[in-house]
Design a protein around this ligand. Structure first.
Ligand code: MG
Length: 369
């Protein structure tokens, strides 16, 4: 017996519409956040000075709310004490906080994520990208439009040629015929042979990444000036990450721009490197996502520096997220998704080297079935 019946009052019949609405509201699924370590298989074995690998594991996230799912990804970097497992653990520890938060306050949420977690930038990127994908899908706009950018301003991307024997290098350069600008890894004793092999088959502009390879500043100057004579547009990270003063000395003796990668990981590094480098290479996995990458690009621009967006070996999820910011930058090196054989997504595409941004809401990813 209800309280009204006990008092002898007639029962109140609720309108059917209200009942239906109540039933619908209670039946709405709870928001969810899941993560999974995904093994991305490389088309070609990836060889560096340290190791050789046929795959790369990245952390993928899915954030679902109101019938919309945002996708994210982060590539953990061992050098910074990150692993796929530590990234998954970080997302797990933040799950309750993220699900209890109002996603419309994404900026506040991500600031809190950065406050709570030390390091683990790949996990932060996986969270940020999923939230930004969700938010812009909810708003019904492509991510680039949220930032007020013009997709026609998206630059060409370089295509990377890994270190290899001269004959293989020549074959790789010929395979990359559709890319108007190439990125070559240097920083080894074989640099001259590599450049000779490349120049034997193409006159295209080339950008090089020395990956901290030159530990002697005179060698760095000699190599960079020689590379300039070979039609190289700029050199990335010629000396070890902490050799900021030596790099400043080198910069004073060369003509082509020097871009920081390992020397500039986060926003607070920019002031430190601004007199030693002409520009910075921003990666979502290093920065901790789209919002932080945007902030780093703006800070670098405020110092009059050149800007570049790069990436790790990743699926089209991270690469597309970065590509949505690419109308902001001078240079793009967004080819990580092109190196893998089992990309789960179609997102950004490349036409004659130029990045073509999806005009669908959010990141605009389409899952392969
Ligand atoms: Mg680099």
């Amino acid at each position: 017996m209800t309280r009204r019946e006990a008092l002898g009052l007639p029962a109140i019949a609720l309108p059917a519409l209200t009942l239906g609405a109540v039933r619908l509201a209670t039946a709405a699924p709870a928001p969810s956040l899941s993560s999974a370590i995904v093994r991305l298989k490389l088309k070609h074995t990836w060889t560096t000075v340290m190791s050789s690998s046929d795959f790369r594991d990245t952390l993928h996230t899915s954030y679902t709310r109101d019938g919309i799912t945002g996708h994210g990804e982060g590539a953990p970097i061992v050098r910074y004490n990150e692993s796929p497992e530590s990234a998954a653990k970080t997302v797990g520890e933040l799950r309750k906080f993220l699900l209890d938060s109002d996603p419309r306050q994404f900026s506040k949420i991500l600031a809190e994520v950065f406050r709570r977690v030390e390091g683990q930038y790949a996990a932060k990127a996986a969270i940020d990208i999923a939230l930004m994908d969700w938010t812009t899908q909810k708003l019904g706009v492509p991510l680039y439009r949220y930032f007020g950018l013009d997709p026609k301003d998206a630059p060409v991307t370089t295509f990377s040629i890994g270190i290899d024997k001269p004959e293989t290098t020549k074959a790789k350069v010929e395979e990359a015929a559709e890319y108007p600008v190439l990125k070559i890894k240097v920083g080894l004793d074989s640099d001259e042979a590599t450049m000779e092999a490349v120049r034997a088959v193409t006159k295209k502009p080339i950008r090089v990444d020395a990956n901290e390879g030159w530990t002697d500043r005179e060698t760095a100057v000699r190599k960079i000036n020689w590379l300039e004579s070979q039609g190289v547009e700029f050199v990335e990270q010629p000396m070890p990450a902490d050799r900021i003063e030596d790099t400043r000395w080198v910069r004073g003796k060369v003509h082509i721009p020097i871009i920081a990668d390992e020397s500039c990981l986060h926003a607070h590094d920019i002031a430190k490197v601004k007199d030693s480098f002409d520009g910075i290479n921003v990666k979502l996995d290093k920065a901790g996502g789209v919002l932080e990458a945007w902030r780093m690009l703006q800070i670098a621009k405020s110092f009059g520096m050149k800007t570049m967006l790069g990436c790790m070996v990743s699926s089209s999820c991270t690469v597309t997220a970065a590509a949505h910011l690419s109308p902001l930058v001078d240079y793009a090196d967004l080819d990580g998704n092109l190196l893998i054989a089992n990309d789960p997504w179609t997102g950004v595409t490349v036409k004659n080297g130029k990045l073509i941004l999806p005009d669908r809401p959010g990141l605009g990813l389409i899952k392969h079935t």
